[in-house]
Design a protein around this ligand. Structure first.
Ligand code: ZN
Length: 325
């Protein structure tokens, strides 16, 4: 779908421990997770300063004020993964009762802050951080999960209109289920082979990981800018780039990373396409100052492109509505 000007979209996969429970221990990631309560208000403040709109794709569990509320929304059909480690439901008994007791599993106050700010979108990252391409789980289980995420958000006065799939696992059969329940857009993946999330084992392979790392600094996969397209009833606002967090080991490559993103943004602005950048708030939990400094550079670049090319920043919902109107 042709756009009359280029667009900048930013989505954040907001998940706290629910996004990493199958790969990390809390102890091991505590520092990053603890900082999220500082990172979110700072992100809101910086975005407002530069007229940036963010889309927070939030895990449904995080909306719950209490364990009682969380349990109330848990669907009867839970994902029956072959690998039981992928199910977060096995952890429910061990978590605290609310955000004050357990800030790694609840985020009611942060979600309220985002909502009260009013400039940004709260979208879904599924209810339980659901893996759509893992074996064992079914279409009916996905639908039950999606409905739970819509319902708990509704309970907090939020209408879910966009979705970001955990680990970017996109199952095309599930897109029409999302469309059926009022979702307008999703974040697709980059087209290049190392970003393919259909075969979930491949993603973790060393060759794929190495090329994704290299692509952060050097132009291997191109700019990954695009025009939004309708796909099984949803608008695909595909990813252009994961904003890899600052690396103290590879600090000397940081400038290359930022330059590569800026070039992609300029290309999108100049060719009336979309540049979609994404990351997780917990990625800013280490090297926080360096990460915010880099982000501000990108926000300044956006404002330059706005002046030169009328480059626009929209939430996923706003862009989907704009595209279909
Ligand atoms: Zn996630």
């Amino acid at each position: 779908m042709k756009l009359e000007q280029g667009h900048f979209v930013i989505s954040l996969d907001f998940e706290l421990y629910w996004g990493v429970f199958d790969v990390r221990s809390i102890e091991n990631y505590k520092k990053n997770l603890e900082k999220v309560s500082e990172v979110i208000p700072r992100l809101l403040q910086l975005s407002d300063k530069y007229n940036i709109k963010l889309t927070f794709a939030s895990v449904g569990f995080l909306f719950a004020s209490t364990k009682k509320e969380l349990k109330h929304f848990i669907p009867k059909k839970k994902p029956s993964y072959t690998n039981v480690n992928f199910s977060p439901y096995r952890l429910i008994d061990s978590i605290g009762n609310n955000e004050t007791e357990d800030p790694f599993h609840y985020a009611t106050s942060l979600i309220t802050q985002i909502k009260q700010n009013g400039n940004h979108e709260i979208a879904s990252h599924t209810f339980c951080h659901y893996f759509c391409n893992e074996t064992g789980q079914t279409e009916a289980e996905f639908e039950a999960d999606l409905l739970a995420s819509i319902d708990i958000a509704k309970q907090h006065g939020i209408a879910i209109k966009s979705i970001v799939f955990p680990r970017n696992q996109i199952n095309k059969n599930y897109l029409k289920i999302c469309a059926k329940h009022g979702i307008l857009s999703y974040r697709g993946t980059e087209k290049y082979w190392m970003y393919n999330t259909k075969d979930t084992k491949q993603l973790g392979e060393i060759k794929h990981r190495f090329f994704r790392l290299l692509d952060t600094y050097l132009n291997i996969s191109g700019y990954n800018t695009h025009e939004p397209i309708m796909h099984h009833g949803l608008i695909n606002i595909a990813s252009s780039r994961f904003l890899r967090p600052y690396s103290s080991k590879l600090y000397f490559l940081e400038n290359l990373k930022i330059k590569r993103i800026k070039k992609g943004m300029t290309y999108a602005a100049n060719h009336k396409q979309v540049y979609h950048l994404w990351w997780h708030p917990h990625n800013f939990g280490s090297n926080t100052e360096q990460n915010f400094k880099a982000l501000e550079t990108l926000f300044i670049h956006y404002n330059t492109l706005k002046t030169t090319y009328n480059f626009q920043c929209k939430t996923m919902k706003e862009l989907a509505e704009h595209t279909t109107s």
